[in-house]
Design a protein around this ligand. Sequence first.
Ligand SMILES: *Cc1c(COP(=O)(O)O)cnc(C)c1O
Length: 377
Amino acid sequence: MIPFNRPPVVGTELNYIQKVIENRKLCGDGEYTAKCSQLLKQRTGTSCALLTTSCTHALEMAALLCDIHPGDEVIMPSYTFTSTADAFVLRGARLVFADIRPDTMNIDENLIENAVTDRTKAIAPVHYAGVACEMDKIMEIASKYGLYVVEDAAQGIESYYHGKALGAIGDYGCFSFHETKNVSMGEGGAILVRDPEQAEQAEIIREKGTNRTKFFRGEIDKYTWIKAGSSYLPSELNAAYLCAQLESADIIQADRMHSWNEYYEAFEELERLGRISRPVIPEGCTNNAHMFYLKTKDIGERTQLITFLKEREIRAVFHYVPLHTSPAGREFGRFNGEDRYTTKESERLLRLPMYYGLTAEDRGRVIDAVCEFYHTH
Ligand SMILES: *Cc1c(COP(=O)(O)O)cnc(C)c1O
């Protein structure tokens, strides 16, 4: 069976984990966490990057930093993972879902302003498949109405929008290092904080509401409880794994891009014949090969194709069921305007096997199977 995903392993992880054990320093914010933060800051051009236990937790931190209160509204796409919504709902927010663009599956930047009310507090764009939302427009609306922007850049590592790293454009940016993402630590994430004053608040929230991080840097001689917080820092064991991965990010990315480009070229003919659609990378956006998807005619054809591939021992999977159609989505949110594309396009989307180390042979099998399906159906 060709799996849909395989967690990335570059080979240096065990050595680093071994060092953590030898150093007898297992808790968070040790040598490897510091190295990871440094690498993230360098690669994204931000002054503050804090490792977290997940992207979900990075989003929760962002919701706390935005000072979300019950009744505040947050605008986001319905086509996203539950974490984008959970983080704000836990603070009592109401969700306002805006429709997506059919080309990128990202929130339609032209539908955001219409969703703004006097209760709107934040916009949470999601960079689907690591391809940027139209951030210039989103930042312009945010500044016009005084709103926070929290980027769900869970899939966005090593991807850019007009030269700026995803996650480093809004007030807060959240990455995921879950085993399904390009660069991993099993479970984990990071939050990027643009404003240095907010960076200190973020450190406090992440350290159980204390200024312990400042204390460890020797900036104060004792630490104390400052505000409500939680524990959002990962263990050094996990950070060691991530450090190995971040150091090899270029190798991982080159390998994934190679697979992505091969899929893309192989399906050109099917798209030209009008059988499928391939992903679109808009002008000024880069692609980080987080995901390769194609779009079938409709949900019926997609189901047939999934079965066809499964019979050939290939795992291809669909993705989000729009949040506004779920029980919690109905309870905590509303869809603003017409659902022109969210449901329709989500039903067409199928993700093909994509991971670091996908072999040419396996990629070839996937391509041949998809082409065979369309030649025989
Ligand atoms: C993976 C993902 C998350 C959750 O990341 P975790 O690190 O598993 O918490 C959130 N949002 C999006 C868009 C994701 O793809």
